[in-house]
Design a protein around this ligand. Structure first.
Ligand code: ADP
Length: 766
């Protein structure tokens, strides 16, 4: 079926110019114009009872009749270079001898090969048509590739009568595997066996790619040398690439003999000009196959190759469709959830099947999630570091990782193959897929047949058993190679992921834009409205004052009361409008950030506060000095003023107090709310705490809304209900948050942070 030689032997030996033929026929090399015999095989006597010298330098007519020569001339004139066939009758001293005459043109020579036959009579059962048709009709019934190939070997076996017929398929690296076999029952099966690329040297593969069929009826037959008319040591030997009789290289003979093979027939299976595989037929005793059957086999080889191409294309497109469907499933999962990792990982086989891997790792920044058989997280971290600079077009892939990256020798069993996909460099997002060492996936077909062992005589010629060893050595530390469609599948996943992220980001940006726009519109509306309202309000107030002062006599008591109410309402409305104006200005104005000593700021607040509330009995506590911060002092002043005045207003106790301070880190941790909402940010948390009336739980959010009051207008000194809304706006402009914790009837504590601030010092004491 195949053979191997040392590189030294086949590299320099011109396999296609052996200078000899197999002895089961005669070869004539003829000059194309004069049709003179230039070379002849040294076995003419066996078949024609004449010596080579009787032919050399003679015209072809010395061998064939005028009619036959004419036919050959006509065929050659048609420009046919490959395999013309004639049934020939040649007179000898012992009467007519019959031959199959096969001729073709090579370089500047016509090669005529004669194979003896018994008679010229046409056997219709051996006609090319009937032989091919019978096989073709059976081959058509195959449905899948494996089934089709099985039918092929079965039919070729019954057509040729060989003991064993196999389909031998090459992989990308040239290594082969027996993928279908029909054999005599008593023979050891070769199905599933793998052979290294070196088993069939490149040169031999090239010959197989050029000729569709090669017959060796008797492997052990002594080759017959070619005799030349004018021998020349410098002229290359005759090119016998397409010769049907070309002799067998000695190493090849040995290989077959080691396998117990006496005769072989090899049919090439070409796909898009490349040798996809071979149909190899073996026989344990010498066996000749007549030209008609060989021609049928050759034709079938072409048909099979075409069918094969069709199957493979379908298989490939089925596989690609499967990969695409897996990918769209993943994309759908990602769109459905905001957890990228989970969407990729669940269900696990999906991510692996996407590129045909047995392990995967998802690396999202520092977090690595493993799926299937993989190296450890630490090993993967180092691997990414090593592979990242080698990424091209978002991918790095290899099927021999341990050969490129020595650290991989620690995990070659699970990761001799690596496919690394970079999703985002900025975020250090990667997906890695792993393939195990190929050896683990090879079916070694158990114990190789004893009969095909070769003695350990130190010879470099390989027998199948030795070649297994060699194969194991050759393929160690490599994985099944990555197919282009698998790489495309990985890239498509990346594109989809990036697309999703982009479209989400774009959507967000659009929403943001819209939001900003409507915010701006709202703010300018609030500003314009409140600003413009002030003037008519002032008018209402002024005119009601004039009416009350100058027209009292013209009004009765009820009229005066109504006017008083109008005046009061306009005062209240002005307060509301002012608050609205303040709030809308707060949204527009730039912050004037300054390093602000909060102790000094608070001292000023309290000073003003005490001047306004001279009679109040409020005790103001400041347990420790406050820090110096980068903030807008005017606005932060407003925060403290508002909170302080509320603390005083909403307190009915005789001994009321308010405490202003900030939490230290241990206190921060003690607060459940802080832990959940604010600890990660870790800014300073200020508080203003009182022993006032408190706020019920359900109102603790509402109090920060504009114009929301928890009491009637008259109670607790009245107010616009805008103070806390303004405070919240200021805090938020500083990047902070405000919230309240309170026990109804006992007191409240307003907490706030000013996130964007910087701390300069906490030493100044109040
Ligand atoms: P107002 O002008 O009414 O004080 P705020 O916005 O400052 O408006 O407060 C909203 C409401 O929150 C107040 O009407 C009051 O009911 C409640 N409130 C504010 N501060 C306190 C506090 N320290 N104790 C209890 N209730 C408070």
């Amino acid at each position: 079926m195949s053979y191997s030689e040392t590189p030294e032997s086949h590299e320099y030996e011109p396999i296609h110019r052996p200078g000899s033929i197999q002895p089961h026929g005669i070869l004539f090399a003829i000059s194309p114009i004069e049709l003179k015999i230039e070379q002849v095989s040294n076995n003419t006597h066996n078949y024609l009872r004449k010596e080579p010298e009787d032919f050399l330098g003679q015209p072809l007519s010395v061998l064939l009749g005028a009619k036959q020569v004419e036919t050959i001339e006509q065929l050659l004139a048609q420009g046919k270079t490959k395999f013309n066939f004639l049934k020939l009758s040649i007179p000898t001293l012992e009467g007519e001898r019959y031959f199959d005459g096969i001729f073709h043109r090579t370089e500047a020579t016509i090669i005529l090969e004669l194979e003896p036959i018994d008679s010229l009579a046409d056997d219709s059962s051996l006609s090319f048509y009937s032989l091919s048709r019978a096989v073709l009709s059976k081959l058509r019934s195959g449905s899948g590739l494996a089934e089709f190939l099985q039918l092929v070997v079965k039919e070729i076996k019954s057509l040729t009568g060989f003991d064993r017929v196999m389909v031998y398929q090459f992989d990308r690296e040239g290594a082969g595997c027996v993928v279908a076999e029909a054999k005599r029952e008593d023979l050891w099966p070769y199905l599933g066996l793998h052979y290294p690329a070196s088993d069939i040297p490149q040169e031999v593969k090239q010959l197989y790619s050029r000729g569709w069929l090669r017959l060796i009826p008797d492997v052990s037959a002594e080759p017959t040398l070619l005799v030349e008319r004018e021998p020349s040591p410098t002229r290359p030997r005759l090119d016998l690439s397409l010769s049907v009789l070309r002799s067998v290289a000695p190493c090849c003979v040995e290989y077959y003999q080691n396998m117990g093979v006496a005769a072989t027939l090899v049919i090439s299976l070409l796909r898009e000009g490349q040798l996809w595989g071979l149909i190899a037929c073996h026989h344990q005793t010498p066996k000749h196959v007549c030209w008609e059957i060989r021609a049928a086999c050759e034709f079938l080889g072409e048909f099979i190759a075409l069918e094969l191409s069709h199957f493979l294309k379908r298989e490939e497109s089925d596989y690609m469709a499967k990969l695409q469907s897996l990918q769209s499933q993943i994309v759908r999962s990602i769109l459905r959830t905001d957890n990228l990792k989970e969407a990729l990982v669940q269900p696990k086989p999906r991510l692996l099947d996407l590129v045909g891997a047995s392990g995967a790792a998802i690396c999202l920044d520092s977090e690595i999630t493993l799926v299937g058989d993989t190296p450890t997280v630490e090993q993967i971290r180092c691997l990414i570091k090593w592979a990242d600079p080698q990424i091209e077009d978002f991918l790095f892939c290899t099927s021999e990782l341990p050969k490129l990256y020595s650290e991989a020798s620690a995990f070659f069993k699970v990761a001799s193959g690596l496919l690394l996909l970079r999703i985002s460099q900025l975020r250090r997002y990667y997906i890695l897929w792993f393939r195990p060492e190929l050896i683990q996936t090879v079916n070694w077909a158990g114990n190789p047949n004893e009969s095909i062992q070769v003695q350990a005589d130190g010879s470099l010629t390989l027998c199948p058993r030795k070649s297994f060893k060699l194969w194991q050595e050759t393929v160690r530390l490599t994985s099944r190679p990555w197919k282009k469609c698998e790489l495309d599948s990985a890239l498509n996943l990346r594109n989809a992921l990036v697309g999703i992220v982009f479209s989400q980001a774009e959507e967000l940006a659009k929403l943001n834009q819209e939001l900003e726009h409507s915010n701006r519109e709202l703010a300018s509306f609030a500003f314009a409205a409140s600003h413009d309202l002030k003037e008519p309000l002032r008018g209402i107030y002024n005119y009601s004052t004039i009416l009350l002062e100058d027209y009292t006599c013209a009004l009765d008591e009820e009229g005066i009361e109504c006017l008083e109410t109008i005046k009061g309402l306009s005062v209240r409305m002005e307060k509301l409008v002012n608050a609205l104006l303040r709030l809308s200005r707060l949204g527009k104005e730039e912050l004037e950030l300054k390093a602000t000593d909060l102790n000094k700021l608070l001292a000023r607040v309290i000073e003003v506060f005490q001047a306004s509330y001279q009679n109040s009995q409020l005790e103001i506590r400041i347990p420790r000095a406050l820090p110096t911060l980068q903030c807008d002092p005017v606005l932060v002043n407003e925060v403290f003023s508002n909170l302080l005045s509320n603390a005083l207003k909403y307190n009915e106790r005789s001994k009321s107090w308010v405490e202003i301070g900030y939490l230290d880190s241990s206190e921060q941790k003690a607060s459940e709310l802080l832990l959940t909402q604010h600890s990660s940010l870790n800014p300073i948390v200020f508080y203003v705490r009182d022993n006032g009336i408190g706020i019920q739980k359900e109102y603790q959010e509402i109090v920060f809304k504009l114009f929301k009051r928890l009491h009637s207008q008259e109670k607790y000194g009245g107010g616009a209900g805008a103070g806390l809304a303004i405070v919240r706006k200021i805090v938020e402009r500083h990047g902070g948050r405000i919230w309240v914790e309170s026990t109804y009837g006992e007191g409240s504590a307003f907490y706030f942070t000013l996130k964007s601030v910087k701390i300069f010092s906490e030493q100044t004491h109040f």
